[in-house]
Structures are given as C-alpha cells and as structure tokens.
Design a binder for this molecule. Structure first.
Ligand code: SF4
Ligand code: SF4
Length: 98
C-alpha cells in the first residue's frame, strides 16, 4: 500500500521524494509531495524513518503484519515456531471472515 502523508504535519521538505528507492513520490517546490507511483512501494519503511517530522504513515499489507517472511527475516529461531503457528492460524481466520 502506498505511503500516506499527513499534510497537517508535512513541511514540504522533499526528503521522501529524494530518498525513496522506488521513486514512488513526486514533488514540486513549496507543494506537498504526492505518491503517483505508490504501487511500486516495496514497504522498505525508509521514508517513514527519514521523514524529519514523522508525517508519513505506511499501511503494510496484511500478510506482512502477521506472517513474517523467511525471505525477509530468515528461518524462525528456536522458540518462535509456536508464535508463528498461532500467527498463521490467526491470519487464516481473518482471510476466511472476509
Ligand atoms: S519527508 Fe516528510 S516532511 Fe518532508 S516532504 Fe516528505 S512527508 Fe513532508
Ligand atoms: S516505504 Fe520505501 S519504497 Fe515505499 S514509498 Fe517509502 S521509501 Fe519508497
């Protein structure tokens, strides 16, 4: 999901436009940034971290919340198996409700 910019807080500095590795943002001097290429966002979180006034909010896709990807976090460590099993069951229950 594309980043959401709080225009009540944004100072129009353009940092997000400059640093996004996916070029999701567009920015013109003295205007709020826009996100015309939000579908390219890979949820790295860099814009959220680097925004100097915490004006960017990122809504992660549901699967990224609930089931950590081994591709991102490596295989589960000892003791994490049960938590992952519960998280996967919870994820399935939500998907079935929708
Ligand atoms: S980095 Fe933050 S304050 Fe700067 S333009 Fe982007 S959203 Fe606004
Ligand atoms: S989360 Fe990463 S890829 Fe997505 S808009 Fe922010 S900096 Fe760009």
């Amino acid at each position: 999901m594309p980043p959401i910019i709080d225009e009540e807080v944004c100072t129009k500095c353009g940092d997000c436009y400059t640093m996004c590795p996916q070029d999701c943002f567009d920015f013109k001097e003295d205007e709020f940034p826009t996100v015309p290429y939000g579908r390219e966002c890979w949820h790295c979180g860099a814009c959220v971290i680097d925004c100097p006034v915490d004006a960017i909010h990122l809504e992660l896709p549901l699967p990224m919340h609930i089931v950590p990807s081994p591709a991102l976090y490596g295989p589960p460590k000892e003791g994490e198996q049960e938590d992952l099993r519960k998280a996967a069951a919870f994820s399935r229950s939500i998907i079935q409700e929708e």
